[in-house]
Design a binder for this molecule. Structure first.
Ligand code: SF4
Ligand code: SF4
Length: 301
């Protein structure tokens, strides 16, 4: 399955609008939303049926058995993540040490230091995976707030897609904004990254970090500039960046109020006839041209 991943340096750049429009234009039958911290692809790709749901088991977390605990405080003093709270006695409870739901990193030190075996590591449900099968396979997930295992969950979203649509030749993946574990997990194994950049002060540095990460995976990158007319100077800088780094610039999308309306109505830009709709269709044609050319040349190697 050849995978095209759409990324952006930060949220609000129009990444999901571009990815959702590509899904409609390509009629892709395999789609994944890898933005597990704030998935929103399901808002533009309406689903007729409920999904199959699975618990996502993140890392094990510590649990203190207050009956066995002798309140020595060793676990709290040795937890470098400050994940263990001391709760003074109330009318209902005696003094107790308690592991915070959000702070525990699962390192197991508290289990090791506890002199009476009062701490155990327990499996923890850190999110939910969803798989829709409505003519197309759509894999998505939501990470529970405060869980630090987003990269692992992204890998499971991708695995679910590949397992559920093993015969599909092409997939579109919507990545997470920024850079970090989920982005690294989403780039791993894809065949090309399309970066949606915006002409802002942070746009170029965000872009540079994504390109550097993709190059570590030797994954080809193409780039489009969204809201290109909102800052001509920065747009020119991004053009020069593409030239200097031999990155195909596959188009520039102007700011268009129609995009805001489409987002508010949970629609893609596939059928829009305004400037942004026309530009995104052009970006799509050029992106797919670069994508299949690269796949062809890779197959010849
Ligand atoms: S497992 Fe590690 S992070 Fe979690 S409470 Fe124990 S010492 Fe702290
Ligand atoms: S180290 Fe064990 S006994 Fe001591 S406070 Fe922690 S859980 Fe309780």
């Amino acid at each position: 399955m050849k995978q095209l991943l759409v990324l952006s340096g930060k949220g609000g750049t129009g990444k999901t609008t571009v990815a959702g429009t590509f899904v409609e234009l390509s009629q892709a039958k395999a789609v994944a939303d890898c933005d597990v911290d704030a998935p929103n692809m399901h808002l533009v790709l309406k689903q007729a049926n409920a999904p199959e749901r699975f618990d996502y088991m993140g890392m094990d977390k510590a649990l203190i058995d207050s009956e066995t605990c002798i309140n020595c405080g060793l676990c709290q003093r040795n937890c470098v993540f400050d994940a263990i709270d001391f709760l003074p006695s109330t009318n209902e409870n005696k003094d107790q040490y308690k592991v915070s739901d959000f702070g525990c990193e699962g390192c197991g030190v508290c289990v090791y230091v506890c002199p009476v075996g009062a701490v155990s590591m327990m499996p923890s449900v850190d999110g939910a995976l969803e798989l829709f099968r409505n003519g197309r396979v759509f894999s998505t997930a939501t990470l529970k707030m405060g869980s630090g295992t987003s990269g692992k969950l992204v890998s499971e979203v991708k695995q679910n897609l590949i397992k559920a649509a093993p015969k599909e030749g092409f997939a579109i993946l919507d990545g997470s904004p920024g850079i970090g574990c989920p982005v690294i997990a989403s780039i791993s194994g894809v065949h090309m990254v399309l970066v949606v950049a915006e002409p802002s002060v942070s746009g170029l540095s965000d872009l540079d970090r994504i390109v550097a990460t993709a190059s570590k995976f030797q994954t080809p990158v193409a780039l489009c500039i969204n809201k290109a007319d909102t800052n001509k100077e920065k747009t020119e800088e991004i053009r020069r960046y593409c030239q200097n780094n031999q990155i195909p610039l596959v188009g520039e999308i102007p700011f268009d109020q129609k995009v805001v309306e489409a987002v508010n109505q949970g629609k893609t830009m596939a059928g829009e006839t305004g400037p942004a709709g026309i530009a995104i269709r052009d970006v799509y044609e050029k992106t797919m041209g670069v994508f299949w050319r690269i796949q062809g040349s890779n197959e010849l190697r």
